[in-house]
Design a protein around this ligand. Structure first.
Ligand SMILES: *Cc1c(COP(=O)(O)O)cnc(C)c1O
Length: 393
């Protein structure tokens, strides 16, 4: 029987072509149609591959996830709607009331909030400890501890965790080691090669790289753990948009080039700033004057990151003058963009702390964190020199 065209409210498909697109198509379809109930059974039972409903998975999320898997030396990772969705899915997908988690004491702000406000509300207790001190992390472990969450390089003082020590502790005590690899990225550091059980990314940052998508990714070495993370993400609707996944995939095409340039720029800018009048100190993990430089070299080799921090003489007044004079540098609380961004922790990420609390971390009113972008290095140094001069009145 020929189809009655009047019933065809849905398209019949794309025109036939013997050639194929070189760019991944964007597939926004929420639902996928199957031939028969038997065909659907085959799909649900895993005998054939296929999609059913986009919250459960869609081609653009899978294309992106496989790309990030390959970068991390992993398989089967899940892309989610944000980095925080990934952190949350790992914790709530794997933990239950009565469990205990140890976290680094300088985790990303919302990860800290999850640890200190939300998990306890659900009967999951938490302890924060200094990840540069594996003994302190070990001392925080209890019989009911299930998980350790750390970032290798902390924000904004760029302290480097004692990863080898912590991985040893996690192994000895049978605790899952979760590493948020957003700052270092697989270009500089692959946590699975250093004893991590689970890796998390805010894809929003360097991986996507253009400040135009919010996405996250989580992968567990163990397939059963990955299934639990995936199921929690699907049940709670942490779905990533196909268009966002597509943008992130396009961003990944230039990721290696972007990272290398931004990392070189960061090292260069740190050295340049260190020689400027009005700059009290500079923090970059690979600089010899950084408190963790030998550990950074041992873990990262000659790789670094695109983040650097510095402190101006003159406190808040100098900081105001610097931000105003740094024209073209976005004063914005993000990182990993193609353009350099400046963040002032005392008025943003760390504003909830008392000034004594901030001073204890080494974050004064003159402290800035810089996410270094891809600008021409000489021009970037000139701009920072101009702003530093302006900051000193
Ligand atoms: C930004 C960030 C997150 C959260 O990611 P979103 O995509 O903003 O939800 C988590 N961890 C680190 C280290 C981050 O920088």
């Amino acid at each position: 029987m020929t189809k009655d065209k009047r019933t065809l409210i849905r398209p019949e498909g794309l025109p036939p072509t013997a050639s194929w697109p070189v760019v991944t198509p964007i597939m926004p379809s929420v639902v996928y149609a199957s031939e028969t109930p038997d065909a659907l059974d085959a799909q649900y039972e895993g005998r054939v591959a296929g999609y059913t409903y986009a919250r459960e998975g869609h081609p653009n999320a899978d294309v992106l996830a496989r790309r990030i898997d390959a970068m991390e030396g992993a398989s089967g990772g899940t892309v989610m709607g944000s980095g925080m969705a990934a952190v949350t899915a790992v914790m709530l997908g794997l933990l239950k009331a009565g469990d205990h988690v140890v976290g680094g004491d300088q985790l990303y702000g919302r990860s800290l909030r999850l640890m200190t406000q939300d998990l306890p509300r659900m009967g999951i207790t938490t302890t924060l400890a200094d990840p540069t001190d594996a003994q302190a992390m070990a001392a925080a472990i209890r019989p009911e501890t299930r998980m350790i969450l750390i970032e290798l390089v902390s924000n904004p003082t760029l302290r480097v965790a004692d990863l080898a020590g912590i991985a040893q502790v996690a192994r000895d005590r049978g605790v899952l080691l979760v590493v948020d690899n957003t700052f270092t990225t697989p270009r500089a550091f692959r946590p699975f090669e250093h004893g991590a059980d689970i890796v998390i990314h805010s894809v929003t940052k360097l991986l996507a790289g253009h400040s135009d998508v919010t996405l996250g990714y989580a992968v567990a070495r163990d397939a059963a753990l990955q299934k639990a993370i995936y199921d929690f993400a699907v049940t709670t609707g942490m779905t990533a948009s196909p268009f966002d996944c597509w943008l992130a995939e396009r961003g990944l095409a230039t990721f290696d080039l972007r990272f290398d340039r931004a990392e070189a720029n960061a090292a260069h800018l740190a050295d340049h700033l260190a020689g400027l009048k009005g700059v009290k100190r500079v923090l970059y993990p690979l600089r010899a004057d950084h408190p963790d430089s030998s550990r950074a070299r041992a873990i990262l080799g000659n790789r670094g990151c695109n983040m650097m921090s510095f402190e101006l003489e003159g406190g808040r007044a100098a900081a105001n003058a610097f931000a105003a004079a740094a024209e073209g540098i976005a004063f914005a609380p993000t990182l990993g963009d193609v353009g350099t961004t400046l963040s002032h922790p005392a008025s943003s990420s760390h504003r909830a702390l008392t000034s004594e609390g901030r001073e204890a971390l080494g974050i004064g009113e003159g402290f800035f964190r810089v996410s270094v972008g891809l600008e021409e290095p000489g021009a970037l140094c000139d701009l920072f020199a101009h702003a530093a001069q302006a900051s000193q009145g």
